[in-house]
Design a protein around this ligand. Structure first.
Ligand SMILES: [Zn+2]
Length: 416
């Protein structure tokens, strides 16, 4: 079945292909149905690259999203974890954004309040630069351990006299001895291919401590399907969750889901869980069933096709009219946007507020990452905003720099 009627960039396919042999990593079902392919994308989005030639020669891999029609899990069936290198050169933090910091603070406050997280031991798996574990420890007078190979000691956010320690490594069975009252794992599970195995590792580490709270946060893939958000599909994210598929995975791994809700303008799923008590699970109203998800995946051919056509036409037309167009936000979304559409020189550069990224280059497309201040020398006419949640913040930054430019948030094609 091919629902696609749009013009696609080279290397992109929206045809469905049934019964691809790939065992579902979340439920073990023997096949998945492919529905979106991009032939060549960079295997990393957030590694700092100092040289344009090196950036343009960056290693690539294949994206082939497939749906498990048994549990609703979506993954990149062509993902090869050997291509991944998370290190101190991995620059993923969003903590330079006041909007993001407000969200993270609010999340901490809500969790501390809901679960009385005071004087507790916190373990954060995939803590990045450590901002969240430092914050929840400071706000609730807790002690914490952060585990992440991309942690950088020189940028310790918890200050001296800290109650937080860090381990620069991947979490695995090796760390099962780290006892905690609360286990957090935010924006990490979507980077892990063997999802059920990973959650079972955590469940086994918890053992008989049955009041251990786990808190997970991942992007919501239903939004991606609804918006045709091809910029949210990239190699680093091998696993894609919806509220229903995430809750089903947790139950399969031996947990009872406690809370399940959307946050950050409905972009993220937050799930809290306890080890399973053996009672009948209580389903959340947010959990969609697999039939609904199949419909949403079917709709992606249309929404994604429209989004690809809209952005190709919008940028090409503006460039031909002599407009200077830049992207704002140099994370994975920008990399996916540029390496799906291949707009080359039509995008002048990519802006980011994170000073660690300035002067670096995006993988494969080779675009330079510049500071907002650098726009004063070469003012843009249009700015494609890679996450609309930051539009107000960007307007304020532009105003302070005395710049005026039209903002084009990526979702603007949905209503077009
Ligand atoms: Zn499955």
């Amino acid at each position: 079945m091919n629902l696609y009627t749009h013009r696609l960039p080279a290397g992109v396919s929206l045809e469905t292909q049934a019964d691809v042999l790939c065992v579902c990593p979340s439920c073990g079902a023997p096949h998945m149905v492919a529905f979106y392919r991009v032939e060549s994308v960079p295997v990393h989005s957030c590694l700092l690259i100092s040289d344009r030639d090196q950036a343009m020669a960056f290693p690539t891999g294949r994206l082939c999203l497939g749906l498990c029609e048994t549990c609703g899990f979506i993954c990149n069936m062509s993902f090869d974890p050997r291509a991944q290198q998370y290190s101190a050169q991995y620059e993923e933090t969003q903590a330079f954004s006041p909007r993001f910091r407000t969200f993270a603070e609010g999340l901490c406050a809500r969790l501390i309040d809901d679960y009385d997280i005071h004087g507790k031991r916190i373990l954060e798996i995939g803590c990045g630069k450590g901002e969240f574990v430092a914050q929840i420890c400071a706000m609730g007078d807790n002690t914490g351990i952060g585990v992440d190979p991309a942690y950088v000691p020189e940028r310790d956010p918890s200050g001296r006299a800290s109650s937080v320690t860090f381990i620069r490594d991947f979490y695995s069975e090796r760390y099962a001895h780290l006892e905690a009252d609360v286990i957090c794992c935010r924006h990490t599970l979507e980077h892990i291919g063997q999802t059920l195995r990973f959650l079972r590792t955590i469940r086994e580490a918890i053992g008989k401590r049955e009041r251990t709270l786990t808190i997970f946060e991942v992007p919501d893939t239903l939004r991606i399907l609804r918006e045709g958000a091809f910029w949210d599909v990239y190699y680093e994210h091998c696993s894609y969750f919806t509220p229903g598929s995430l809750a089903r995975l947790f139950r399969a791994a031996g947990f009872d889901v406690d809370q399940l809700y959307l946050d950050f303008d409905d972009q993220y799923i937050v799930l809290t869980a306890y080890p399973a008590s053996g009672t009948q699970p209580c389903l959340s109203s947010l959990e969609e069933d697999v039939a609904f998800l199949k419909g949403a995946v079917g709709g992606f051919a249309r929404t994604c096709g429209s989004a690809l056509t809209y952005w190709t036409d919008t940028v090409t037309r503006a460039f031909r009219d002599g407009q200077r167009i830049v992207l704002w936000g140099s994370g994975s979304k920008a990399v996916a946007f540029l390496t799906t559409l291949w707009l080359d020189d039509a995008i002048a550069c990519v802006v980011d507020i994170n000073p660690y990224k300035h002067g670096k280059f995006l993988p494969c497309s080779g675009h330079e990452i510049v500071s907002p201040e650098s726009l004063i020398r070469h003012p843009p006419d249009q700015i494609i905003v890679m996450n609309p949640v930051y539009c107000d913040e960007i307007r304020r930054d532009l105003s302070q720099l005395g710049l005026r430019a039209e903002l084009l948030p990526v979702t603007s094609c949905v209503s077009a």
